[in-house]
Design a protein around this ligand. Structure first.
Ligand code: NDP
Length: 324
């Protein structure tokens, strides 16, 4: 039997943005509900070492950091619910969302913190060999390739971090990049290029993942040289696609404005969407910084603005009643 959950503050998503909004919202007396989504804890649960989140001198683990944030949010009065929102109705208040469980969630304000998901190349063999040699998460799946040959595709921070991470498991890691320079920041580039167990294939666009999903999985990655057009291939046991992320905004199409890359548009410098009482924070609205700490920061901003929104609405209602 579906249940209707009502709250002053409904938060969709449980990464650093959603949980920071929850911590601030709970402490402001809004008794938030967080609907956790398909990946409770968000992207940091599929990363390993975090050494840039303020407050920790030593490296901490992403999953641990998210467990701590969740414990803190619950400790101050947040209700965490394990469900995935399938539809939202932002046309009237209370705002309404329906979960995969059939449960209904109603909130006086909504904080959207649905984050972003890994992008795929879309080449032949990728989908068929997904989970059978092709992955988008070295932290999740790297362990399965202990002592084997692996490749990483991409040239940003994620790809470089994944390649470095994979050297914990493999002495034969190849980074495949479509250009001859890496987008990743210098400290990571330097570490990668100096690493004895990583080689880089420059100017190579992956054209196919070949192998047999029913027997042995991935065997090789086929490539085209982006300068000469020459075809080549590399034998490998595992391939990690690390070419960026797409924001999880499908739910809001037609109700909120999206930019050309699908990110939610907010009033510059704020987490406010065009609908009063609906706020967006974290990677779902930020294609520039995309850091755990910036997500947490915008989550805080969303909760502060949500509290101000509810307070000003309550004040206006009280004035109207007094005038009647
Ligand atoms: P980015 O968008 O930064 O990089 C994506 C990489 O994939 C680029 O090198 C791009 O190539 C390549 N790429 C994209 N599409 C294709 C394609 N179809 N075929 C082949 N290659 C492709 O994404 P990241 O996930 O690396 O990083 C996202 C954000 O998160 C960044 O702002 C990054 O700084 C941040 N981040 C920070 C970390 C940290 O601080 N520790 C860790 C991880 C991420 P090209 O360069 O040619 O465009």
């Amino acid at each position: 039997m579906p249940t209707t959950h009502t709250t002053r503050m409904l938060i969709i998503g449980s990464g650093p943005a959603g949980l920071s909004a929850a911590i601030y919202g709970a402490r402001a007396g809004m008794a938030p509900i967080v609907v956790q989504g398909l990946q409770p804890g968000g992207q940091l649960t599929i990363t390993t070492d975090v050494e840039n989140y303020p407050g920790f001198r030593d490296v901490v683990q992403g999953p641990w950091l998210m467990q701590e944030m969740q414990a803190q949010a619950e400790h101050v009065g947040t209700r965490m619910l394990w469900d995935t929102i399938l539809s939202v109705d932002l046309a009237s208040t209370p705002f309404r969302a329906v979960g995969d469980s059939g449960d209904i969630y109603e909130g006086d304000v909504v904080v959207i913190a649905t984050g972003a998901q890994a992008k795929w190349l879309g080449v032949p063999g990728e989908a068929e060999l997904g989970g059978k040699g092709v992955s988008a998460c070295a932290t999740c799946d790297g362990f399965f390739y202990r002592g084997k040959k692996v490749v990483v595709i991409g040239g940003g921070n994620t790809a470089v971090e994944e390649a470095l991470y994979l050297t914990n498991h493999s002495k034969d890691v190849t980074l495949i990049h479509r250009r001859d320079t890496l987008r990743a920041e210098k400290i990571l580039r330097d570490r990668l290029l100096a690493h004895p167990h990583i080689k880089v294939l420059w100017n190579k666009a992956v054209s196919r993942f070949s192998g047999d999903p029913a027997s042995g999985g991935l065997k090789a990655v086929e490539m085209i040289d982006t300068v000469t057009g020459a075809a080549s291939s590399i034998e490998t046991d595992g391939a990690f696609v690390a070419i960026g992320h797409a924001p999880a905004t499908e739910l809001f199409k037609g109700q909120l404005e999206l930019d050309e890359n699908g990110y939610l548009i907010v009033e510059p410098g704020t987490p406010k969407t065009a609908i009063p009482g609906v706020f967006a924070c974290g990677d779902v609205m930020d294609h520039v910084y995309r850091q755990a700490v910036t997500a947490a920061g915008t989550g805080c901003m969303a909760a502060l603005d949500a509290e101000r929104f509810l307070a000003s609405r309550a004040f206006a209602e009280a004035q109207r009643e007094a005038a009647e």
